[in-house]
Design a protein around this ligand. Structure first.
Ligand code: ABF
Length: 218
């Protein structure tokens, strides 16, 4: 199986996590795209979806799945999303696709976060994947100076604007042995909207696809 086939296997396994008649939280990315395509096959058994990006919203709408906003509901039973890296404590780096802020918001409203990944995403220590942070444009230079003090190398994602009209800075070279601590400290930097560490609100369930099948870890 190639990596995309593994992503699809993890994504389709997540359909079993969905509660009948519920609103489904939907993440972003190539793994989630497989989930959305699968969700289309059971769209008559859900009330609708809350989406974490314009791209996912378009794909959901193309499948005729009703979109709901967070103004309409007070909780979501299950949020399904991918990750760029996930550790054994289910802390994640997310935001490679640039949708981290809306992903973190939808995840915060969810009772259960189901992470769908191919096995390459499971790591002992987060940080080989550059950590994305979403930044208010006028704060770019100041935030880059602050991030350098954390020991990483911040690089602006050239030519990229988020769905919220902001910039992404990717921080390379961090070895993240205290994901919750780093998430907290990054939250203190003025000008950062969201950082891509999902540690305080990590995943509850990991559906991990390997060549021999999908393992459910919880
Ligand atoms: C989203 O999609 C992001 O948080 C993460 O950056 C990315 C995972 O990418 P993919 O599913 O395309 O490998 O979950």
């Amino acid at each position: 199986m190639n990596q995309d086939e593994l992503k699809k296997a993890a994504a389709l396994a997540a359909l079993a996590e969905i509660e009948e008649g519920s609103i489904v939280g939907v993440g972003t990315g190539s793994t989630v795209n497989h989930f959305i395509d699968g969700l289309a096959g059971m769209r008559d058994r859900i009330r609708g979806a809350v989406s974490s990006s314009e791209a996912s919203s378009r794909r959901l709408a193309d499948h005729g799945i009703p979109l709901v906003t967070l103004d309409d509901i007070d909780h979501i039973p299950v949020y399904v999303d991918g990750a760029d890296e996930i550790d054994h404590g289910f802390c994640m780096i997310k935001g490679g696709g640039g949708a981290l802020t809306r992903e973190k918001i939808v995840a915060a409203v969810a009772r259960r976060f189901v992470c769908i990944c191919d096995a390459s995403k499971l790591v002992d220590t987060l940080g080989r994947f550059p950590l994305p942070v979403e930044v208010i444009p006028m704060a770019r230079a100041q935030v880059m100076r602050e991030l350098t003090a954390f020991g990483g190398t911040p690089k602006l994602r050239e030519g990229f604007v988020t769905d919220n009209g902001n910039l992404i800075i990717d921080v390379h070279g961090l070895a993240i042995d205290d994901p919750k601590g780093l998430e907290t400290r990054l939250n203190q930097i003025v000008g950062i909207v969201t950082n891509g560490l999902f540690a305080h609100r990590g995943a509850d369930v990991l559906l991990l696809a390997r060549a021999d099948g999908v393992t459910r870890l919880a």
